[in-house]
Design a protein around this ligand. Structure first.
Ligand code: CDP
Length: 203
């Protein structure tokens, strides 16, 4: 039996950490769908066509986490993510992952709305712009990246605006998603809230 947890929300809201912890707790597989768009975006930086880049994506392209985490690649990801043919090239892989036996957590922007509308649990994770920029700035500088707080804030705000305004699969909560504002929550509190919701859905 498959059991799917969909975790969506704006940039750097804490979806990644939350998803990893939840997946670990329940023994579910985890897919960070942002990596698919980041890897596609990275390939377009040398002029490759976005649709061809998405169609040619291989598992190995998702492995170089540091190269995929830069703000430049994040911007490229958000641009290619607005192309309907890029999104459709990535649908089957995500749906197959979501329905694998043993349970799966997918985090992204359109998991609860488009990729897995039948997910057993849907969470929409947010935090204030300031909190998100601070967390992401700390994460990137912790990896030795030379970025300012203002540049990080700019990246998040630009991507959120583009991701929310696009015609195909825009960033928005599913009607039946549970909203989780983590601005004043520790990661442990957010994880505990998500675990309680999933346990309730498991019955
Ligand atoms: O980690 P962060 O929240 O900053 O971003 P991400 O989840 O890695 O996603 C990078 C970009 O990919 C987003 O800004 C979106 O434009 C796009 N994306 C998307 O359109 N749909 C998804 N399911 C996941 C990411």
């Amino acid at each position: 039996m498959s059991f799917t947890v969909a975790i969506d929300g704006p940039a750097a809201a804490g979806k990644g950490t939350l998803s990893k912890e939840v997946a670990r707790h329940f023994g579910f597989a985890h897919l960070d769908t942002g990596l698919l768009y980041r890897a596609t975006g990275l390939r377009t930086l040398d002029g490759t066509d976005p649709v061809e880049a998405a169609q040619a994506l291989q598992a190995a392209d998702l492995e170089d986490a540091d190269a995929l985490r830069t703000p430049e690649v994040a911007q490229a990801a958000s641009r290619v993510a607005a192309v309907p043919e890029v999104r459709s090239a990535l649908v089957n892989f995500q749906r197959a992952f979501a329905t694998r036996a043993g349970g799966a957590v997918l985090d992204g922007r359109d998991i609860g709305t488009v990729i897995c509308p039948g997910a057993q649990v849907k969470l929409y994770v947010t935090a204030s712009d300031d909190v998100r920029a601070e967390r992401r700035h700390k994460e990137l500088t912790g990896k030795g990246m030379d970025v300012t707080y203002d540049a990080v804030l700019d990246d998040l705000q630009q991507r959120d605006a583009r991701d929310s305004a696009r015609a195909t699969a825009p960033l928005k909560p599913a009607e039946d998603a549970v909203l989780l504002d983590t601005s004043r929550m520790s990661i442990q509190e957010a994880v505990a809230a998500a675990i309680a919701l999933i346990e309730a859905a498991q019955g």
